[in-house]
Design a protein around this ligand. Structure first.
Ligand SMILES: Nc1ncnc2c1ncn2[C@@H]1O[C@H](COP(=O)(O)OP(=O)(O)OP(=O)(O)O)[C@@H](O)[C@H]1O
Length: 477
């Protein structure tokens, strides 16, 4: 019998902890069920949409259970944000990763070495977990029966079939092999059925004690749209017109204007993220937007840490001049700002999962938001070509099929976008979509836009020569 059954949590008031420690009034649908399963000592697999509130599913049990919860996360920025938020609520949390100052790391390791740590939640990278020294420290805590739970965040990184595969995540099988009765909870927003099974098998989760929660990936409040472009046309003016149109509507609608002014919100604070593939594009596009009066800043891994932190901080604060972040994927998973009204993909992203994750930064307050993908056949060809030249040949097959799925999504003019996303993640149910995608809004206009906007003259004539405009070819019927 798992050890945690020995200490029953059945009379614990989890609503009280939610209110008292996390200052939230109610659980979101299914959060309670996940938390109860974890507190009952089960292994738990959670797949839920971006912004569902997955962190709560291990943070709250960590405060109720006796002992320490180890949280494994691949994202340094996410770790820092979560640890700071927990500390602000007076919760004893810490993190050990490559950026942790020496003194702080020693303090946390000393705490573990006592076998009875004060720390309730310790965030670590998978690489840290793999070190002998860290495993020894965990062994001491385990011997004292104070290792409450292992939480594996972004669990899709375990699978070679998932995007963002990290080989060090595979080492996490060590936990079940060496600490067999410590419950494990793993969480992700992006797992296909194959990835899910791979994660469960790799971690050695036993079917008998496992509870799997797979919630829909659908995000009803996001309006998905594909805009077609070609190399011959600069889509900058299309985007600028669209954004200025939103500003104009906000200022010309008296009720909206009054509401914004009452809340002390700027009329032009339409918060958004534009994803580009390349660092140079980031800086050039942000500068171009600034020259057109839009408060835009670049964010990519090559910028100094101070500059990145300032951009993130001031964007989160809705400061003037920081309305739009033009970013590479360095600015992705884990960003949790509630009022992001749009996410734009300037080019075709590398994977379907990356696209969904990045789109998921929008509308985390539940209000209507847009996700616009600018797509061209030239971008598609460049994406395939980049993939074929990549030196890292691991999980190439899955990366290719993910890109193919995204191309299919971009080319489709006959299906709801929400439905295509859910189908990719293996959902059978057709999600609700109340005109929250370009196809539902106006399928005819979508087809026309594709015909008009997509290919360059060269491409059209080549395809005509190849006889590919026959009925039935991808959207040209
Ligand atoms: N019961 C709740 N009531 C209100 N807000 C909540 C509740 N649970 C979580 N939240 C908030 O929802 C936001 C999103 O939570 P979290 O970052 O855990 O999402 P996530 O599921 O990990 O999303 P992603 O996969 O996109 O990172 C956070 O700001 C969190 O405070």
């Amino acid at each position: 019998m798992p050890r945690s059954f020995a200490r029953s949590n059945s009379c614990v008031d989890i609503d009280f902890t939610l209110r008292r420690k996390f200052k939230k009034t109610a659980f979101r649908p299914l959060q309670r069920e996940v938390i109860v399963a974890a507190l009952d000592g089960h292994d738990v697999f959670v797949q839920a949409a971006t912004s569902f509130g997955k962190s709560m599913c291990f943070q709250l049990p960590a405060l109720i259970d006796h002992g320490i919860t180890i949280v494994i996360s691949p994202l340094l920025s996410l770790m820092t944000d979560q640890v700071n938020a927990l500390k602000a609520s007076d919760i004893d949390a810490g993190s050990i990763n490559g950026n942790t100052p020496y003194a702080e790391k020693q303090r946390l390791l000393r705490d573990l070495a006592t076998g009875h740590p004060f720390t309730r939640l310790l965030y670590v990278t998978p690489e840290q977990c793999a070190t002998d020294s860290f495993k020894r420290h965990l062994g001491v805590v385990y011997e004292q029966r104070e290792l409450a739970r292992i939480a594996v965040d972004e669990a899709h990184c375990i699978s070679e079939w998932g995007h963002d595969f990290r080989p060090s995540f595979k080492q996490l099988k060590w936990f079940r092999q060496n600490l067999p009765d410590v419950p494990i909870i793993c969480l992700t927003a992006t797992a296909t059925p194959k990835v899910r099974q791979d994660v469960i098998t790799t971690l050695g989760l036993s079917e008998a004690n496992l509870k799997v929660f797979t919630m829909t990936t659908s995000r009803k409040n996001i309006h998905y749209e594909v805009r077609f472009k070609s190399d011959e046309e600069d889509h900058y003016s299309d985007f600028l017109r669209w954004l200025k149109g939103i500003h104009k509507r906000r200022s010309e609608n008296p009720a909206r204007r009054a509401e914004l002014e009452k809340n002390n919100e700027r009329l032009d604070n339409v918060s958004g993220i534009i994803y580009t593939l390349f660092r140079n594009d980031c800086e050039a596009l942000a500068a171009r937007l600034r020259s057109d009066g839009i408060g835009a800043k670049p964010y990519h891994a090559g910028l100094p840490n101070d500059e990145k932190n300032e951009t993130l901080h001031r964007w989160v604060n809705n400061d003037k001049g920081y309305d739009v972040v033009v970013a590479t994927t360095a600015f992705g998973m884990g960003i949790d700002k509630e009022n992001v009204r749009f996410v734009v993909h300037w080019q075709l992203p590398k994977s379907f999962e990356g696209f969904y994750q990045e789109a998921g930064r929008a509308g985390r307050d539940g209000k209507a938001s847009a996700c616009v993908l600018y797509y061209s056949r030239e971008d598609r060809d460049r994406a395939y070509s980049r993939l074929s030249k990549e030196k890292d040949s691991s999980n190439l097959e899955s990366r290719l099929s993910s890109l193919q799925a995204l191309v299919k999504y971009s080319e489709a003019t006959d299906t709801c976008r929400h439905q295509m996303i859910c189908a990719y993640f293996g959902e059978k149910e057709i999600p609700e979509c109340e005109y929250a995608c370009d196809w539902h809004k106006d399928a005819k206009a979508l087809r026309r836009a594709k015909e008009m906007g997509l290919q360059s003259e060269d491409w059209v004539s080549t395809q005509r020569d190849l006889g590919r405009f026959d009925r039935g070819y991808d959207g040209y019927d």
